[in-house]
Design a protein around this ligand. Structure first.
Ligand SMILES: Nc1ncnc2c1ncn2[C@@H]1O[C@H](COP(=O)(O)OP(=O)(O)OP(=O)(O)O)[C@@H](O)[C@H]1O
Length: 759
């Protein structure tokens, strides 16, 4: 008898002429506990579960819906972690370096379809093939085999146009793609017709025949699991039995596995009642009874008879790990093997193989990038959103915001003229006739002058919303004004009063009210200066004694557009990036695609990196469009270095992107992500000094505002554009520093959240 018992070696027993082979274990789960939910109210999904899957066998994991099958599989493939207990898969612990799990040693078909709907079958296979580190020629060869074997339609058909059953088969093909050592299939036969179901099972039997491939399969069609070598019947987070189907049927004298499951479920109920007295739990040794064997003796597999009838019990494990010295003993307990950790180390690279160990993340990144761009390209709506939306936003902003209002009606009562005729004559040159008309001739042409007979009706027009202001000239306006100028401080009150232009404004609209106020005063200065000039006097006498010289920065006629534009540029780029990325990971996660990629060995860092690169390229395009339209087409002032403007805008886009990743990583549902993204938009816009200077905010709010990602960047960009400042100015580099700090913070939060989600 030769036994070299480790999880990787085969025990061969010569028993009176018959050679039995006990296969090594592909998977062994020991004392697995897993809970979901808060500690105060945990949902115990795996409850001291033990499971042994021999290499080269098909293991059918059966159990009622919600009993924890998917959770168990997720732990086996390294997607989820146990609260306690141990799992060995292909000799290593899932998730440890070099174990190949997650990675190309495993083929995983999740319960969800988990395919990119906008990809063709071929593109799907290419993507996953590259992720697994396969060569393109290898992928094509395998693709043709799988198309044929799984009776799939043309390789160019888009996944979204396939039937549900066809999509499941493509999903199955993905799991088979790289011919993995361990296939984990979560309900692969749902929605598949009986003929094809049979051929899938035939294939599974075929690939396990050579003893190198192992399959764990869950199915709700309990009877089809008769073709499995071992069946694990799961209930309430533990295995009721783990036996070959034949053993189960004969042991329980049932004709169907369903009946066995029912009997075992009832038995478990009774056992649980007796458990406290008998101090036994979940220890059902069926094969010993079935074969009349000694209870603890395992049944070995005859090489002649094929792989059948394993007997790895829940509590009588064939391989017993001695936790005191870390050694693993063979089934007779006599032959020590390498300690578990040493054993694992020894196999890490061996098992991984040259291909696997050489699988750099370059190939995976390439696949991820192609996938991201292809998804975008295939989705016309997204493409429009990406490039048309920023242009539209800029155009709308430049056309709608910052221009002076026109067509404003002014109700004028001019008792100096015959108002009923509506004509208002004055003589040009140094003439002192009808100065009211001369004043009105200087009024901005965008103001519509409407004449009224008396002050009351003019004010009534304003009150009714028919005019934005009422203006009144007395009948002695010209004489009084001339006397006022001539007499100076000797002018009496009546003269002063008669020379006044009286105005009643509708200030309900602050912008229009202030604009009219400004225009009317500005018009008077123009009128007075023009009159004095015509009469050979110094026009300065007609002006207010404040001289606004050429401004140090900006112009004497500042535009609101120039004030808001920097904030608008950054807001557009920032929130477009948020919108694009905030649901990117969620969509992949909810569709099971993220799981699939993770199990294939893609790390959160690689996924994040591929999204960062994709969105970065997109953002560069968006930034270029926004700046071209803002500066070149609509002439927003830029007195600074355009490269600084581009750099800061792109950095803000990156910042928005990273904020989107945070949302994507922390929100479970897409609608939560949308709510968070939308919810953050308005406060950020209001507090970042984009539409109103933060100097106008209460002190505490101002300090909060300064800490937001857009605030310092907005004032930095404003300084670059309007003041022409360079990088070394404090305000400018603080904009860069703040933006980069936020990027780093967002990235860290995203990575930590993704890591936590992996557990
Ligand atoms: N991420 C999760 N968070 C909280 N609870 C979860 C999570 N995933 C699964 N559960 C719960 O764990 C239990 C087991 O779920 P699991 O998906 O493993 O069952 P299952 O046996 O695969 O079911 P089915 O056959 O219907 O797929 C269920 O009660 C489920 O609601």
């Amino acid at each position: 008898m030769l036994i070299t018992s480790s999880e990787q070696t085969i025990a061969t027993i010569d028993d009176g002429g018959t050679t039995w082979t006990r296969p090594q274990n592909a998977v062994s789960v020991r004392h697995a506990f897993k809970t979901y939910g808060p500690k105060s109210k945990p949902n115990q999904v795996l409850n001291n579960l033990n499971m042994t899957v021999a290499k080269g066998t098909i293991y059918g994991l059966l159990g009622a819906s919600g009993c924890g099958k998917t959770t168990l599989l997720s732990c086996i493939v390294g997607r989820k972690r146990l609260n306690s207990g141990e799992i060995f898969v292909l000799g290593g612990k899932p998730g440890t370096r070099g174990s190949g799990v997650p990675g190309k040693r495993v083929g995983y078909m999740p319960q969800e379809i988990a395919l990119y709907a906008e990809f063709s079958i071929k593109e799907t296979m290419m993507y996953f093939g590259w992720i697994f580190g396969m060569q393109t020629s290898e992928i094509i060869e395998r693709l043709h085999f799988l198309l044929n074997f799984l009776d799939l339609p043309s390789e160019n058909r888009l996944v979204k146009n396939l039937s549900g059953g066809q999509q499941r088969r493509v999903s199955f093909a993905v799991a088979l793609m790289h011919d993995p050592e361990l296939l984990i299939l979560d309900e692969p036969t749902v929605g598949v017709d009986p003929l094809l179901r049979q051929s899938i099972w035939n294939h599974l039997v075929h690939i396990t025949k050579a003893g190198q491939k192992t399959v764990i399969i869950t199915t709700h069609y309990i009877e089809e699991a008769r073709q499995a070598h071992t069946i694990g019947l799961m209930r309430s987070g533990r295995l009721l039995a783990e036996e070959s189907p034949q053993v189960l049927l004969s042991m329980y004298r049932c004709s169907s596995l369903e009946d066995v499951f029912l009997k075992l479920s009832r038995k478990q109920g009774q056992q649980q009642q007796q458990a406290s007295e008998l101090n036994i739990s979940n220890n059902i040794s069926l094969s010993a009874l079935a074969f009349g064997n000694k209870k603890d003796n395992p049944v070995y597999i005859s090489q002649e008879s094929g792989v059948i009838g394993l007997n790895f019990h829940q509590s009588k494990e064939v391989l017993i790990s001695d936790s005191t010295n870390g050694s693993t003993y063979g089934l007779n307990g006599s032959t020590p093997t390498l300690p578990a950790s040493q054993n694992q180390q020894a196999i890490e690279c061996d098992d991984c193989g040259v291909d696997c160990c050489n699988l750099t993340s370059r190939g995976k990144i390439r696949a991820l990038l192609q996938k991201n761009f292809l998804r975008m390209w295939r989705n016309v709506g997204v493409m429009l959103f990406i490039f048309a939306l920023p242009v539209m936003q800029v155009i709308l902003f430049c056309l709608a915001i910052g221009r002076d209002p026109t067509g404003l009606k002014l109700a004028i009562v001019n008792h100096e003229m015959n108002s009923s005729s509506g004509e208002c004559y004055y003589e040009k040159g140094c003439s002192f006739n009808n100065l009211s008309c001369r004043y009105l001739s200087h009024l901005n042409s965008s103001i519509i002058q409407e004449y009224y007979d008396d002050v009351e009706s003019a004010k009534q027009a304003v009150a009714q919303g028919n005019a934005w202001g009422a203006m009144y000239f007395t009948e002695n306006f010209t004489d009084a004004l001339v006397a006022r100028i001539a007499l100076g401080r000797d002018a009496d009150d009546e003269t002063l009063e008669q020379s006044e232009i009286r105005v009643w404004l509708d200030m309900s609209n602050q912008q229009i009210g202030i604009l009219l106020n400004r225009d009317l005063q500005y018009t008077y200065r123009q009128f007075a200066q023009n009159l004095l000039e015509e009469c050979d006097n110094n026009p300065k006498l007609g002006d207010v004694p404040i001289q606004f010289k050429e401004p140090i920065y900006g112009t004497n006629e500042p535009s609101f557009t120039d004030f808001v534009a920097p904030g608008v540029i950054l807001t557009i780029v920032f929130f477009l990036a948020v919108a694009l990325t905030s649901s990117a990971l969620i969509i992949e996660r909810t569709e099971g695609l993220l799981d699939r990629s993770w199990v294939a060995g893609v790390t959160p860092g690689e996924i994040l990196f591929s999204h960062v690169v994709t969105q970065f390229v997109v953002m560069c395009g968006q930034t270029a469009l926004v700046l071209i339209f803002m500066i070149l087409v609509f002439g927003v002032t830029n007195n600074g270095d355009i490269f600084l403007v581009i750099a800061l805008t792109i950095l803000q886009g990156l910042c928005g992107m990273c904020f989107g990743f945070v949302i994507s990583a922390i929100c479970e549902l897409e609608r939560n992500a949308i709510q968070l993204a939308l919810g953050s938009f308005y406060p950020t816009l209001l507090l970042s000094g984009v539409i109103w200077p933060i100097e106008g905010m209460p002190y505490i709010l101002r300090n909060i505002a300064v800490g937001l990602p857009l605030t310092l960047a907005t004032s930095a960009l404003r300084s670059i554009l309007t003041r022409g400042w360079g990088f070394m100015e404090f305000e400018v580099y603080m904009g860069f520093v703040a933006t980069i700090s936020w990027i780093l913070l967002f990235l860290i939060i995203t990575m930590v959240s993704l890591k936590l989600k992996q557990n």
